[in-house]
Design a protein around this ligand. Structure first.
Ligand code: HEM
Length: 175
């Protein structure tokens, strides 16, 4: 988008989330030492909730958007909702989840645990899905979506299944 200021671009927001999270985590670790672990885990879980909210709501918006006539006022409203949800909440929350998750893995010593490798694999799939939804948001914005509502209904179930697997792996640590 040629007319989008750099400070509003998705890449800028993701980069800003990365820098702010890293700086805040570094300050917390500097001040609190080992006690920072639980605080960082708490922020990790808060970021996970925000990321998942976006991953569940975005394809739900696509279900309705796919059935809306191109050029209608409703379609234009969906474009604004989807763009804001992705750029203001979902992508920054994913960045924060990753940064803090990697730090927790390093600091806890779970780095070599098989459950973490399995969790990591599911998180990579979830991140790939994030990329897919991000590309779909762009296609909807340019009125180029070709997928029916049924497709988005099916996609809507995928993050739920991944989330269940990820949470069981990290809480139960079954292997
Ligand atoms: C981006 C890659 C991620 C890495 C490397 C990572 C790694 C970790 C690590 C090492 C812990 C600490 C475990 C402990 O102290 O027992 C943790 C906690 C947690 N993670 Fe992640 N995580 C990531 C993403 C996610 C995602 C996507 C979800 C959910 C969809 C998630 C959900 C949780 C939950 C619920 C906890 C708290 C578990 C507990 O305290 O029992 N994480 N994560």
């Amino acid at each position: 988008m040629a007319d989008t200021p750099v400070s509003k671009s998705p890449a800028f927001r993701a980069g800003a989330s990365l820098v702010i999270t890293a700086a805040a985590a570094a300050a917390l670790i500097f001040v609190m030492g080992d006690a920072a672990y639980l605080w960082i885990k708490a922020v990790h879980v808060i970021a996970v909730i925000a990321w998942m909210a976006g991953m569940l709501y975005l394809p739900r918006l696509f279900v309705y958007h796919a059935d809306t006539p191109v050029g209608s006022p409703q379609s234009e409203t969906f474009k604004i909702m989807e763009g804001r949800l992705l750029n203001y909440i979902t992508t920054p929350a994913m960045v924060v989840t990753w940064v803090l998750g990697l730090w927790l893995a390093w600091r806890s010593g779970f780095w070599t645990a098989p459950w973490l490798h399995a969790k990591f694999t599911l998180v990579l799939v979830l991140s790939g899905l994030h990329g897919y939804l991000s590309a779909a948001t762009r296609r909807f914005r340019e009125d180029r979506n070709t997928k029916p509502a049924r497709h988005w209904r099916i996609i809507n179930e995928v993050p739920t299944v991944l989330m269940i697997g990820i949470v069981i792996l990290v809480v139960v640590k079954p292997f």
